[in-house]
Ligand binder design. Structure first.
Ligand code: ZN
Length: 237
């Protein structure tokens, strides 16, 4: 077994950001496990996509194949009981008075990271990697760097551990996330992320765009489209 310091757990939803984080972790650590959450999300299709992406990581990237460990899927069915949001109910996505889209599930990342920490504790995985980003996001306060740092402290106190929470995308925009994927896995990884990852809040995989599949108009699709456009424009200069 790789020593504790070489063992990592990636919050892997099946989206662009977490797929890039998975590549980041595989580039750095000897043993990388993944965790995903079934919380009644309306874009449940991401749970199927994540399996395809994981399979492709193992198949197409020989250097990473031997490092990929167990995949954990944890059910958090109580999310629906916490109140309706456009993330877990079939309602129109709109921006509310506080400036946040109604896809915001308050504290979602706090639940996710806390759950991941429990798995990491049990599996002796020192490093936890998440795709939270403060630069280019929909304004979710639980993506903020200060939230993550405070949570790391709280978890280490509460579990009596020295877990390290990594957020490699925290200070970069979506175009740079594509560039990071290219740096880590070459054009093959960019292509894999484009084809197989899922971002759209509505779970739409019927329409293909240059940046991948999605409805093209929800906040997640808009961010992804804008980032990919900027990445391609930059590459063409
Ligand atoms: Zn969409």
């Amino acid at each position: 077994m790789a020593d504790n310091n070489q063992r990592a757990l990636v919050l892997f939803s099946g989206g662009q950001d977490s797929a890039t984080c998975l590549a980041w972790a595989l580039d750095r650590f000897a043993h990388v496990e993944t965790i995903g959450f079934d919380y009644g999300q309306r874009h449940r299709i991401e749970l199927a996509c994540r399996k395809n992406v994981l399979h492709a990581f193992g198949k197409d990237f020989p250097a990473w194949r031997g490092k990929l460990g167990e995949d954990h899927v944890v059910s958090l069915p109580f999310f629906r009981d916490l109140g309706h949001t456009a993330m877990t109910s079939d309602m129109e996505i709109v921006f509310e008075e506080n400036g946040l889209p109604n896809t915001f599930v308050p504290g979602r990342n706090i639940f996710f990271l806390t759950t991941a920490a429990v798995i990491a504790y049990r599996r002796s995985l020192k490093h936890i990697i998440g795709g939270m980003c403060e630069t280019d996001y929909s304004g979710y306060p639980d993506c903020r760097d200060d939230t993550i740092k405070a949570l790391q402290t709280a978890l280490n106190l509460g579990l009596d551990t020295r877990l390290v929470l990594h957020t490699p995308l925290m200070w970069i925009g979506k175009a740079d996330t594509w560039a990071m994927a290219e740096r880590l896995g070459g054009p093959a990884l960019v292509e894999l992320i484009r084809e197989e990852t899922h971002t759209c809040y509505l779970g739409d995989r019927g329409q293909k765009h240059p940046w991948g599949y999605g409805c093209g108009s929800c906040p997640a699709c808009e961010l992804r489209a804008k980032g990919y456009g900027a990445f391609v424009a930059r590459a063409g200069q």
